[in-house]
Design a binder for this molecule. Sequence first.
Ligand SMILES: Nc1nc2c(c(=O)[nH]1)N[C@H]1C(S)=C(S)[C@@H](COP(=O)(O)O)O[C@H]1N2
Ligand SMILES: [Mo]
Length: 256
Amino acid sequence: MTDKRLLVSRRGLIRAGALGAGGLLLAGCDRLNSSAGFRGVLESAQGLHMRSQRLFGGEALAREYAESAMSPVFRANGNREVADSAYRHMLERGFADWTLRVDGLVARPLALPLAALQAMPQREQITRHDCVEGWSAIGKWQGPQLSRVLDMAGLAERARYLVFHCADRFRSTPYYESIDLVDAFHPQTILAWKMNGQPLPEAHGAPLRLRVERQLGYKHAKYVMRIEVRESLDRLYGGKGGYWEDHSDYAWYAGI
Ligand SMILES: Nc1nc2c(c(=O)[nH]1)N[C@H]1C(S)=C(S)[C@@H](COP(=O)(O)O)O[C@H]1N2
Ligand SMILES: [Mo]
């Protein structure tokens, strides 16, 4: 128990030996497995949180591609820069003081530094991104599965949706998106900090973006600062669960 509590704080992560050393990334998985503290967290996954929000099809995988299929150019779309001064300050500092907050209907609210997300077991996938504006691109994405982060936080019984709060805005309205728990626990749903083998550039959502591979482009929130676990999407901005859902006629469920 003590280990779990230690691990959700930044200092705890440092104490558990998961942060700091530069060479950590390469040896990440092995180091994690041999750390009793981390093993405790990973094994603490509290059963299955997934509830049937869809009757079937929840497990289908998006197609994955070979390296040779990767697009030579992957367009950046929507916001490519973030105006927010706190964000710009963190970008200048290489996101050393950035944390991903996970809160709402969770047992253990988290504030995870980038290095903690990088030290978790990683998933890499080459997938096709489809934007409703009529373009597609195939790229390689890497990061921890979202399900592992959710298991660390522990979802409450009433949890139904995850809301991704982003650092950017259109005019004065923050960008946000939301998904259900079927997509949240899907194996290809990752919190990507790497794209095509490099840390995410600002245009593509640095330092962290959602990849939810069976959904259209606008669901793949860039510049994710906070994941809020909720029972309902009511009384949140326009109430339709996403910036484009609120401001355009984009569907909330954009599965393809
Ligand atoms: N925070 C944020 N996330 C966002 C957007 C945005 O403007 N802001 N645009 C969305 C749209 S419409 C698409 S197609 C993809 C584009 O991702 P890319 O810039 O990496 O190509 O990001 C999605 N996520
Ligand atoms: Mo898009």
